[in-house]
Ligand binder design. Structure first.
Ligand SMILES: NC(=O)C1=CN([C@@H]2O[C@H](COP(=O)(O)OP(=O)(O)OC[C@H]3O[C@@H](n4cnc5c(N)ncnc54)[C@H](OP(=O)(O)O)[C@@H]3O)[C@@H](O)[C@H]2O)[C@@H](O)CC1
Ligand SMILES: Nc1ncnc2c1ncn2[C@@H]1O[C@H](COP(=O)(O)OP(=O)(O)O)[C@@H](O)[C@H]1O
Ligand SMILES: [K+]
Length: 491
C-alpha cells in the first residue's frame, strides 16, 4: 500500500533510494520525466498544440527540462521558459540543460510575451515539494498571467505555489491536471486546493511501495490494486449465515427511502439476511420496494446480539427516543456502523459516545463531523480532529467527501482514491452505510469493512457516471455495486 509522506521527507526518501540502488539522482529525475512523457502521450496524443514548459530553479524545474527533451525528441514543438540563470539552478537541472536538443526554444520569462492559444499546453514545472514560502515577484507575475490564459494546463508533481503539506497562502498555478510522482502529496487531498489541482494522477517512478513504507508517517493512499487484500474469501459451501445477518435502524416517516437505499445496498454487497427497523407506518413501502428485506419486530430487537452487525441512522430523524438508542448501544458489544441521524443524536449528547462499542465505524460527512467534533479552520485541522476523535473514542472515523479518509483508533489515516463529484447526490451516503454494515456482517474486521465499503462505493459511483455523469442518483450507484466485484476480480 502506498504511504503518503511529507514533502520534507521526499529528499530523504530519494537519497536513501538512490543509495540503495546505486543510482544517481539524475536517473530518478529521468524516471520521473519518462513517467510524465508516457502519461502525456496516452492522454493527449490527439492534440497538436505547442508545449510551453515553465521551469523553476529546483528539481521540479529540472523535471521540466528533461520533459522538454523527451517531448522534443518525439517531434513536439517545445518552448522552455526559465526564471533563473542556469548557474543558479539545481545540479540536476543543469545536467539536463546540457542535454537539451537545439530544437527546444529556450527563453527567459522576462522576454516571453505569453502568446499562448487554446490548443497549446502549459506545463507547470516551476516549484514542486521544495517550495518554502509564498510565491512573489516574477514567479507570481507569471502564475497570474498563466491563470488568465485558456489552454491545456498541467502541473508536474504539485501546482506551483501549493506547499506539499499545508494550506496555500497566496497564489498558485491553476491546473486542469496534476501529475504527481510516486504518491499524492498530502495537500493535493485538501478541498481548498481543488481549483488548483484539477484532476489528480499518480504515476510510479520506480520506487517500490515497500521502500516508501520505511518513511511511513501513518498516512496511506488506497488504490484499486490494494483492495483485494482487505477482502474475505468465501467458498463453494458458504451459506446465507456466512454472509451475515444484519439489522439497519432508520427510515422515519417520509424518510423511508434512506432505508430502501441502505438495505438494497447491503444486499447488493453480499449480505445474507437484512432486517430493518423502521417506523411502523412505513413497513409496506419497504417491503414493496425491497422484497428481500425483512422488517424487524420486537422479537428481533430483543435478540440484538444474534445479529452480525448493525447499521444505525439513515433517515432515522432526530426525534428518536434517546433511551432506546442508548440501550441499543449498551446491549450490542460488537462493532456497528453509525451514520446520519445516528451521528446527529450523538452530537446532541456527546456523553453517549462512551456507549458506542469499540471498533465501530462512524461515517460523517463534513457537516456531521463538525457537529460531532466542532469547527475546524481548514481541512488540515479537520483531519487532525478526525485522527484525535478516532483515537479518543476507539472508533474508525470515515470522513466522507472527495478522498474520503478513514482514521483508525491507532492514529493511522487511509485516503480513498475512488469516486467522483457525481456522487454528491441525495442518498449516496445511505448506500455507503449499507455497504459497510454488510461487510462488517460478513465478518470483515472493521477497518477492512470500512476500506472495502468506501472503495467499492466510489468505484460503483465511477461506473454509474460512465453513462450518466451528473444524472447519477443513489440507486444507480447500488446497481453498479455488483459490477465492482467483477471489476476487482473479487469472488
Ligand atoms: N522522488 C521524488 O519525488 C522526485 C522528485 N523530483 C522532483 O523534484 C521536486 C523537488 O525538487 P526541489 O527539492 O529541488 O524543490 P523545487 O520545488 O523544485 O524548488 C526548490 C527551489 O525553489 C526555491 N524556492 C522555494 N520556494 C520558493 C519561492 N516561493 N520563491 C522562489 N524560490 C523558491 C528554492 O531555493 P531557495 O530560494 O529556498 O534557496 C529551491 O531552489 C519534486 O517536486 C519533483 O518535481 C524528481 O525530479 C525526482 C524524484
Ligand atoms: N466530489 C466527490 N468525490 C468523491 N466522492 C464524493 C464526492 N462527493 C460526495 N462523495 C461521496 O458521496 C457520499 C455522500 O454522502 P452523504 O453526504 O452522506 O450523502 P447523503 O446524506 O445524501 O446520503 C459520500 O460517500 C462521499 O464520499
Ligand atoms: K509544479
Amino acid at each position: 500500500m502506498l504511504s503518503i509522506i511529507s514533502g520534507d521527507k521526499v529528499k530523504l526518501l530519494d537519497a536513501a533510494f538512490i543509495k540503495a540502488r546505486q543510482m544517481r539522482s539524475l536517473d530518478l529525475m529521468e524516471n520521473a520525466a519518462k513517467a510524465f512523457f508516457v502519461w502525456f502521450e496516452r492522454m493527449f496524443s490527439a492534440i497538436q498544440g505547442e508545449i510551453f514548459i515553465f521551469s523553476g530553479p529546483g528539481n521540479n524545474g529540472g523535471d521540466g527540462v528533461a520533459i522538454a527533451r523527451l517531448l522534443a525528441e518525439s517531434g513536439k514543438s517545445v518552448k522552455l521558459i526559465f526564471f533563473q540563470d542556469k548557474e543558479q539552478c539545481s545540479p540536476d537541472y543543469q545536467a539536463n540543460f546540457e542535454r537539451l536538443p537545439s530544437k527546444v526554444k529556450v527563453l527567459s520569462v522576462l522576454d516571453f510575451d505569453f502568446q499562448i492559444t487554446e490548443n497549446d499546453f502549459v506545463l507547470d514545472c516551476i516549484f514542486g515539494v521544495g517550495i518554502n514560502r509564498p510565491i512573489e515577484g516574477v514567479y507570481l507575475e507569471a502564475v497570474n498571467k498563466l491563470n488568465h490564459i485558456s489552454c491545456h494546463k498541467i502541473s508536474v508533481d504539485i501546482p506551483s505555489g501549493i506547499p506539499s503539506d499545508n494550506i496555500l497562502q497566496g497564489e498558485a498555478f491553476k491546473a486542469e491536471h496534476t501529475l504527481t510522482f510516486q504518491f499524492p502529496k498530502f495537500s493535493l487531498l485538501f478541498p481548498e486546493h481543488a481549483e488548483y489541482t484539477g484532476r489528480i494522477h499518480v504515476v510510479d517512478i520506480g520506487i517500490p511501495d515497500e521502500f516508501i513504507l520505511n518513511f511511513n508517517e501513518g498516512k496511506f493512499f488506497l488504490r484499486r490494486e490494494d483492495i483485494s487484500r482487505f477482502h474475505k474469501k468465501f467458498h463453494a459451501f458458504s451459506h446465507k449465515g456466512d454472509f451475515g445477518r444484519i439489522m439497519l435502524f432508520g427510515g422515519s416517516v417520509g424518510k423511508v427511502g434512506a432505508m430502501v437505499l441502505s438495505s438494497k445496498a447491503a444486499l447488493r454487497t453480499g449480505s445474507g439476511l437484512v432486517h430493518v427497523q423502521i417506523a411502523e407506518s412505513e413497513r409496506a413501502i419497504i417491503q414493496t420496494a425491497v422484497p428481500e428485506v425483512m422488517v424487524a419486530g420486537a422479537q428481533e430487537i430483543k435478540k440484538l446480539k444474534s445479529f452480525d452487525a448493525l447499521g444505525i441512522g439513515p433517515g432515522w430523524g432526530t426525534e428518536v427516543d434517546l433511551a432506546f438508542y442508548c440501550s441499543l448501544l449498551k446491549r450490542y458489544h460488537k462493532p456497528l456502523v453509525i451514520d446520519a441521524d445516528g451521528l446527529n443524536l450523538l452530537a446532541k449528547k456527546p456523553e453517549n459516545l462512551k456507549y458506542v462499542p469499540k471498533g465501530s465505524v462512524l461515517t460523517p460527512h463534513l457537516k456531521e463531523f463538525q457537529r460531532l467534533a466542532g469547527e475546524a479552520k481548514d481541512h488540515k485541522e479537520r483531519l487532525e480532529k478526525a485522527r484525535s476523535f478516532a483515537r479518543e473514542h476507539g472508533v474508525y472515523l470515515v470522513l466522507k467527501g472527495a478522498f474520503t479518509s478513514i482514521s483508525t483508533p491507532q492514529g493511522e489515516q487511509f485516503f480513498n482514491s475512488s469516486g467522483n463529484q457525481y456522487m454528491a447526490t441525495a442518498g449516496s451516503g445511505d448506500v455507503l452505510t449499507g455497504m459497510i454494515t454488510s461487510f462488517l456482517g460478513q465478518g470483515y474486521p472493521p477497518l477492512n469493512a470500512a476500506i472495502c465499503g468506501v472503495f467499492h462505493h466510489g468505484l460503483a459511483g465511477e461506473m454509474a457516471a460512465l453513462k450518466k455523469r451528473r444524472g447519477v442518483i443513489a440507486s444507480d450507484i447500488i446497481e453498479c455495486v455488483p459490477g465492482t466485484f467483477v471489476e476487482l476480480n473479487i469472488e
